[in-house]
Design a protein around this ligand. Structure first.
Ligand SMILES: Nc1nc2c([nH]c(=O)n2[C@H]2C[C@H](O)[C@@H](COP(=O)(O)OP(=O)(O)OP(=O)(O)O)O2)c(=O)[nH]1
Ligand SMILES: [Mg+2]
Length: 326
């Protein structure tokens, strides 16, 4: 396009497109189904989560059911909202309304001649996707529950309780939060927690100085909101997870700016640990999540019974100390 044409694009009103897409996860939870966009369309040749534009009056799930039938020949049996992403392409605003499909019938194949492939979740990052898709890759790799460890002076009690949560509650994502320990004690506890998490196939994030990853090879760092706001750029490599605690729009914007992979947003409800902080409630929470473009865990008085509701308002799920610490 010539210079004059580009100038014209700037004053043109961009199209708004609502797209429903499916993160179809295999029953073992290890793989997702992706398809390659034909070379002659928008973002041609890139991989995508199957789906397409909604017809007028269709809801996200209705549109998705129709698209998966047309594109893959499968019928959705059970699906749950995963993440909503608002993204600006040069020619349009897109809302990617992504659903996690837990159950479907039929054998998926490329009914429009497109390549279709089951890919292990960790390998998704090796496939070229449209620019809007990064948060989908993050969301599909994360569970719905994020367990934050409680303050506990006694190492043996700590280990028993962490092991219980890993075994009985099937916790797969853990944040080691231990403000009352000095650096040496935190380090020792991190080593033990990492061994336990590895044994049970769970990931461990350290709520600590990012430099600590050089001493303990945990899966990532969880930044306090204070650390988050003090950083100029992402402090650790892309190979590790970076999460942060957020409480408002400013902190969410900063989390996105430095490339956090996911965040907690709190306090949803009033909690005994922070009785003086006013809760945001589901309405304000939903408004903040809608524009976050990254997985968000609801925190503050949450239990596992809230996970479906959290999903329904756009969150990844819930984070909790108390619900898992028994
Ligand atoms: N299906 C899908 N579309 C995506 C993804 N990421 C992404 O940016 N998009 C964009 C590309 C397109 O501009 C738009 C989806 O349009 P589409 O071409 O799939 O729409 P459709 O299936 O209804 O096809 P058509 O009838 O318009 O040919 O969303 C994704 O993961 N899956
Ligand atoms: Mg499509």
């Amino acid at each position: 396009m010539g210079q004059a044409g580009k100038g014209l694009m700037n004053v043109m009103v961009k199209r708004r497109v609502h797209v429903a897409a499916a993160a179809i996860v295999s029953s073992d939870g290890d793989k997702a189904l992706i398809a390659r966009r034909p070379s002659n369309v928008d973002h041609g040749g890139l991989w995508e989560f199957p789906g397409g534009k909604l017809a007028p009056y269709e809801t996200g799930l209705e549109g998705l059911k129709r698209e998966l039938h047309e594109e893959l020949g499968v019928e959705i049996k059970r699906a749950q909202p995963l993440i909503r992403i608002h993204h600006e392409y040069s020619d349009k605003h897109i809302l990617l309304d992504v659903w996690q499909v837990h159950e479907f019938s039929g054998e998926p194949f490329g009914r429009e001649g497109q390549a279709v492939r089951w890919v292990p979740l960790q390998e998704l990052v090796n496939y070229p996707f449209p620019a809007a898709n990064l948060p989908i890759l993050q969301a599909v790799m994360l569970p719905t529950e994020y367990f934050i460890t409680a303050e506990e002076a006694d190492d043996a009690v700590f280990e028993t309780r962490l092991a219980r949560a890993l075994v009985e509650d099937n916790v797969r994502l853990v944040q080691l939060r231990a403000k009352s320990l000095d650096e040496a004690a935190y380090l020792a506890r991190a080593e033990r927690a990492l061994a336990l998490c590895r044994e049970h196939g769970a990931r461990l994030l350290l709520n600590a100085d990012p430099a600590l990853l050089e001493q303990v090879d945990a899966d990532g760092i969880h930044l306090t909101s204070e650390r988050l706001m003090s950083l100029e750029r992402r402090p650790i490599s892309e190979a590790k997870w970076l999460a942060a605690s957020t409480h408002d729009q400013k902190q969410l914007t900063q989390a996105s700016r430095i490339g956090c992979d996911f965040v907690t947003l709190s306090p949803l409800r009033t909690t005994p640990s922070h009785p003086e902080v006013p809760p945001m409630g589901w309405h304000d929470f939903q408004q903040l999540v809608e524009r976050a473009a990254m997985p968000v865990f609801a925190l503050g008085g949450m239990t596992r019974f809230d996970a479906n509701h959290a999903r329904a308002v756009g969150a990844q799920g819930i984070a909790s100390i108390r619900d898992f610490w028994k």
